[in-house]
Design a protein around this ligand. Sequence first.
Ligand SMILES: [Zn+2]
Length: 217
Amino acid sequence: MGLISLLLDVLFPPKCVFCGEILPRKEGRICEKCKSELPYTGSHPSQKGDFFSVCVAPLYYEDEVRESLIRYKFGGAPGYGAVYGALLAECISGELEGRWDILTWVPLSAKRYKERGYDQAKLLTDAVGAKLGVKPISTLRKVKHIPKQATMGSPEKRRANISGAYIVSNREAVEGKRILLIDDIITSGSTLGECARMLRQSGAAEVVCAAVARSRD
Ligand SMILES: [Zn+2]
């Protein structure tokens, strides 16, 4: 190990992405306790939605998983993407084998991207792609910024608010294909549903989805 990486480890010791515990070197980024106690979805990884056949997720969106994903999304922690990506790739291999042709993601708006400096779903998808040996393809663009409060409320209200927020930017890549669409979290499914609707409208044969975490039924 070089001096610089040794110094970096002293100054910024690797921490568990879920509970924040400082880890011995080379242990990956999940501590033993989280590895065994995280709220895994286990035998219930999937849910259905509008315009997509299925969405799979390895974890439930609660406790440390929820806090970790919030840090990832808002706290400028892009390095988490690789850790989530490995968990997600494993779930995809197990649950969606042979069910998709191209890998894509739910993009951020240009405004959010500017504020945050990274697109969390894109980073995640890059990590999944690296694990599965597939290059992700950009297919969607977010054209309408949705205020946070507009993403809450009844399912009908959420759907109405998000309608028209995304356009398909790469029709050729989508036509006749079975799409695997990635986002970090699925709660109501309205965002993934809207993206899937646009992809289907542009000729996608089918859309299946995957997220790091989902709400409990
Ligand atoms: Zn931990």
